[in-house]
Design a protein around this ligand. Sequence first.
Ligand code: PMP
Ligand code: GLU
Length: 396
Amino acid sequence: MLSERVCKIKPSATLAMDTKAKAMKAKGLDIVNFGVGEPDFDTPDHIKEAAIKAIREGFTKYTAVGGIDELKDAIIAKLKNDNGIDYAREEIIVSCGAKHSLYNIAQALYGPGDEVLIPSPYWVSYPDQVLLSDAVPVFVHTTEADSFMLKTELLESKITKKTKALILNSPSNPTGFIYDRKALEAIAAIAVKHNIYVIADEVYEKLVYDGHEHISIASLGKEIKALTIVVNALSKSHAMTGWRIGYAAGPKDIIKAMTNIQSQSTSNPNSIAQKAAVTALTGPQDSVGIMRAEFDKRRKFLVDGLNNIKGIRCLPPTGAFYVFPNVSALYGKKAGQRQINSSLDFALYLLEEAKVALVHGEAFGDDNYIRISYATSMENIEKALGRIREAVARLG
Ligand code: PMP
Ligand code: GLU
């Protein structure tokens, strides 16, 4: 018999769609994969070279559980220079990706009956990680009309004596929107007033467009910093998804608890990847800007293309590499015997009939939408847009 806890969770929908798309591709089908959020760029060469050097020098053994000091120092310098926040080594932990840091936070902070506020639409792993710690996810809905920004009155109305934390993801996966300073200040004031932790997932911080600025909520003052755990990773900023290096910065008692969890579960993150991460953070950053500029071009092209398809409405997002178009105008329509009544119906229709893989909005908490990752080439985007246009035109 499996544990009650594990029976409450499901596999990550984003990874599940990626697996499905890859399996169809392996069978020889010409699939365009808009499913997974993973940069299509290769890891920059100077970062790879640092890893090769680490192997040659025999840096292949266990390291300190929470990461080597050299990497912690590089993270501290990054948080200071990019985000204007000061941390000491005891306030930093390096984990096997941001997902692992988030999981350790959940295990360290949430317990039975605790409530964790999650703005919806949300990234797929937040609710399930809360459930794995026997706590209760409480969703705070955001709407397209508000550019998917949290309404502070609604947020405050969801706070109870059991509220432990708020998970805030800016730039957001799946909506692609970012919180500005004013909105963050309002959220920080509520968190401080009610003494709730803020888990600030900032993995897409380097991907902001149209002159917008990424602001870390922890930089807004001493009180909110004491309640915030900042989570970030090299995965998206430096095209290093497979290397599995993420980190968290926050109050030292929480970081210590997370380190204890890590010491009883994974031990240290990969030693070679840690050395590569030092180079990623301290070496030249040109590739970050080059990738951002390319994502920006694709974003504009994709948003225009989607808005030219009748029945699809897509707000231009300001960050990350996702668009989250509203497809609910297509619900009730049919192609032959097949009727589209939900985001899953539409995603499966596009996968099977148009060979385009994307993720249904329902997996992120809103069934009126689909999520498209534009971390794929311009040619693929152009090809997929044509296919989606044709498939939608067949619906009547
Ligand atoms: N947070 C968000 C919002 C994400 O989209 C992802 C997926 N990459 C993660 C965390 C996990 O990142 P990592 O691959 O570094 O574990
Ligand atoms: N975060 C990415 C996504 O949303 C990768 C998949 C995952 O980690 O779930 O597609």
